[in-house]
Write a protein of this length. Sequence first.
Lengths: 114, 113
Amino acid sequence: DAGVTQSPTHLIKTRGQHVTLRCSPISGHKSVSWYQQVLGQGPQFIFQYYEKEERGRGNFPDRFSARQFPNYSSELNVNALLLGDSALYLCASSLTSFIVGELFFGEGSRLTVL
Amino acid sequence: SQQGEEDPQALSIQEGENATMNCSYKTSINNLQWYRQNSGRGLVHLILIRSNEREKHSGRLRVTLDTSKKSSSLLITASRAADTASYFCATDRSHSGNTPLVFGKGTRLSVIA
């Protein structure tokens, strides 16, 4: 069975641009969470979606937005990119509506903002 | 904000030795999990220990949890070069509401062959 898939794997943007990152959860998983991991740090929670509804949001500015589609895949959008947005963006899926239990992570999308 | 703090930040050992990593956290938890990350790739779940458990084993992994001290430890026995990775603890406080899994900053383990 396929795991969590993310695209693109790497991308380079310039300040002020916007980016869309995509995630497909494990089949049967209805919850998707997004994390940002800056080099040398642990993952920081951005969003959680379950059944197409936002169930949690971390301490990130409104430039960050996300949505979940009927097939449970998800997009993370970041507008007006800043240099500090350079990071590995991780998507994780899980079975339940609450952010509990084991998370299954994708390989991430590495964003570089120049 | 980060709930868990791993200690040490970095650890270098010889193959065959045991590696111990510690995690301290601040508030009450539902469970605590350990994850592994190879060189900036995705995280892989290793083990979950519930707040009412004190010790758990999985293969060469042993995790302990002391809720009175708000701390956990991960022991990897008979380490191998392939164990070289970053290890993160993550706390689940979902009993307090719909809260996310919160990760620490991680311990970078290097196992030298």
